[in-house]
Design a protein around this ligand. Structure first.
Ligand code: PXL
Length: 275
C-alpha cells in the first residue's frame, strides 16, 4: 500500500510497561510522548494497575506468556525502531522481555527501572529487580534510574554528586553501557538555588545536564515521559546525549504545562513539539 501523503513511514516505538488507567504514567503516557515526537506508538501491558492522581490502590500483573503474546505479533508485523521498558513487575516477565529483546535484535532499548510509585506503592519485588539487573541491563542502550531507584539498585544513600558518580560506577559494573541518573529528587548544597540536574554517564564520560527545578506537585509520570522521549529521539536517529537533552527540555515544558487535574499529583502536560 502506498501512503496517501507520500511521506516516509513514521518511526515505530514500542513501550512494554504498566497501564495507569488514569493516564498519568505507564503506557498511556509513553504512547502520548511517542506521538508528541511524531513517532508511531505501540504498547504491551505488563500489569494493570488501579490508580489515580492520589495513589496506587493495587495491580494485577500479566503473565510472561501474556506479555509474549502481545509483543510477538507486533515484531512479526511492524519494524520496531526503538523499545522502552517501564514497570516489569515479576522475574518471569523480565526474563521473557529480555529473551524477546535478544531474539528480535533490539538495538535501541531504554530501560526505566521503575521500582515504586510517587505515592510509595512497590511496583516490583526484589527478585524482579535482581532479574532486571542480570537479564535486561546488559541489553540496554541506557538505563534511567531516579535517585531513589539508584539508591535501591546500589545500596548507596545519595547525599552528594560524588555519591551519584559512585552509583553510576556500580550500575555500570552490572554490565550497563550508559546510565542516566535523574536528579529531580536531589536537594543539592544548602543555600544554593535548587536545580534538577541529571547525570549522564556515557562510557567513561560524566555529563551533567542542568535543568530548572519546579516546586510543584505535578510530577506524576515525569520518569515515564523522560524515558519515552529518549526512546522516541533514539528512534528518530539522535545520538544518546542529544536524545537526553531534547527529552529533558520536553519534560521541563510538560511540567510547566501540567493540566493540574485530580486531587493528588497532577499528570504533566504532554504536548506535540513543533518542528
Ligand atoms: O512512574 C512510575 C510508574 C510507572 N509505571 C506505572 C505506574 C507508575 C507509577 O505510578 O503506575 C504503570
Amino acid at each position: 500500500m502506498t501512503r496517501p501523503d507520500e511521506k516516509p513511514p513514521p518511526k515505530v516505538c514500542l513501550s512494554i510497561a504498566g497501564l495507569d488507567p488514569s493516564g498519568g504514567a505507564g503506557i498511556l503516557t509513553d504512547v502520548k510522548t511517542f506521538m508528541a515526537f511524531g513517532c508511531y506508538g505501540a504498547a504491551a501491558v505488563t500489569s494493570v494497575t488501579f490508580q489515580n492522581t492520589v495513589g496506587v490502590f493495587g495491580a494485577e500483573h500479566q503473565s510472561a506468556e501474556s506479555v509474549r503474546r502481545q509483543v510477538e505479533p507486533i515484531f512479526d508485523d511492524l519494524t520496531v525502531d526503538a523499545v522502552k521498558t517501564g514497570m516489569l513487575p515479576t522475574e518471569e516477565v523480565i526474563i521473557e522481555t529480555a529473551r524477546m529483546m535478544r531474539s528480535y535484535g533490539v538495538e535501541k532499548l531504554v530501560v526505566d527501572p521503575v521500582v515504586r510509585s510517587t505515592s510509595g506503592f512497590d511496583l516490583i519485588d526484589n527478585a524482579a529487580l535482581r532479574a532486571m539487573v542480570e537479564h535486561l541491563f546488559p541489553l540496554a542502550s541506557v538505563v534511567t534510574p531516579n535517585l531513589p531507584e539508584a539508591e535501591r539498585l546500589t545500596g548507596i544513600a545519595i547525599e552528594t554528586v560524588e555519591d551519584i558518580v559512585e552509583c553510576a560506577r556500580i550500575i555500570r559494573s552490572f554490565g550497563v553501557q550508559n546510565v542516566l541518573i535523574k536528579g529531580g529528587h536531589f536537594d543539592g548544597a544548602k543555600g544554593e538555588a535548587r536545580r534538577a540536574t541529571d547525570h549522564l554517564f556515557i562510557g567513561e564520560d560524566h555529563i551533567a545536564i542542568d535543568g530548572e527545578y519546579h516546586k510543584t506537585t505535578a510530577t506524576h509520570g515525569t520518569g515515564c515521559t523522560m524515558a519515552a522521549a529518549i526512546t522516541a529521539n533514539l528512534a528518530l536517529g539522535e545520538e544518546l546525549l542529544k536524545a537526553v537533552e531534547i527529552a529533558k527540555v520536553f519534560v521541563n515544558n510538560a511540567i510547566r504545562n501540567a493540566p493540574m487535574i485530580g486531587k493528588g499529583h497532577s499528570p504533566i502536560g504532554i504536548r506535540p513539539i513543533s518542528r
